[in-house]
Design a protein around this ligand. Structure first.
Ligand code: PEP
Length: 253
């Protein structure tokens, strides 16, 4: 099964609006070559989405959010709903990023509700999961990732799960400069696909794209992306530098 790779940038809480416009323009200008074999997604701070989606509406780049509310609407100060994201042409949203888990105490039950909120407006959830260093060192990484996935996707039908993208992001590799080796990442991706196969069948599991995230840089991207179960990357720090992000995209095509 050939799955189209996704290179997704997570800008986190960086860049002013004018810096964001410049960075997208720089990336967009360099994306002149045929992108038939990879998709480029960017998650800027949500308040820039209306500007970026209209300014770059003809571009190959797809824009999305870094988070979403589980609620449809209501008195939830500071939250952003799926309908709001849909109305500004967001195509996807991250859910369950480790920084949301760590600083906002999000758990997989809440994250599962966010997945459903996104799907209700045809926004692709990019479900982030991954173990801490302590969990890996105590050899619990497979158990933890399995628990995360089975809890968050517990109420998803086979049809819904096909609309989800999974990002395996070992917490110890995010923003640390330490990358999982290609073997470690492939081993976990294959494991995740086997969980999906058990639950939804091998042919569905085969269609689901599983991205790797955690200190992906131009010098390690090719090796990671050449693994059979790694379908691209979720890129933090390196997505903020046009030349690095472009080099990573080029490693995937
Ligand atoms: C991330 O924020 O999802 C991430 C993977 O960050 P970095 O690439 O900086 O490790």
């Amino acid at each position: 099964m050939s799955r189209k790779k996704i290179i997704a940038g997570n800008w986190k809480m960086f860049k002013t609006l004018s810096e964001a416009e410049l960075l997208v323009a720089e990336i967009n200008n360099k994306l002149l070559q045929n992108l038939a074999s990879a998709e480029v997604w960017i998650a800027p701070p949500a308040l820039y989405l209306p500007t970026l989606t209209s300014q770059f509406s003809g571009s190959e780049i797809q824009f999305g959010a870094q988070d979403i509310s589980k609620h449809q609407q209501g008195a939830y100060t500071g939250e952003i709903s799926a309908m709001m994201l849909q109305s500004v042409m967001a195509k996807f949203t991250l859910v369950g990023h480790s920084e949301r888990r760590q600083y906002h105490h999000e758990d997989d039950v809440l994250i599962g509700a966010k997945i459903h909120a996104a799907l209700s407006q045809s926004i692709t959830p990019v479900y982030c999961c991954g173990e801490t260093l302590q969990e890996r060192n105590s050899n619990n990484h497979f158990v933890i990732v399995e628990q995360q996935i089975t809890t968050a996707l517990a109420n998803c039908s086979a049809e819904q799960v096909q609309q989800i993208v999974i990002a395996y992001e070992p917490v110890w590799a995010i923003g640390t400069g330490v990358t999982a080796s290609a073997e470690q990442a492939q081993e976990m991706h294959a494991f995740i696909r086997s969980i999906l196969a058990q639950k939804y069948g091998a042919s569905i599991a085969d269609t689901i794209r599983i991205l790797y995230g955690g200190s992906v840089k131009p010098n390690n991207a090719s090796e990671l992306f050449s693994q059979p179960d790694i379908d691209g990357g979720l890129i933090g720090g390196a997505s903020l530098v046009a030349a690095d992000f472009i080099a990573i995209i080029e490693s995937a095509i």
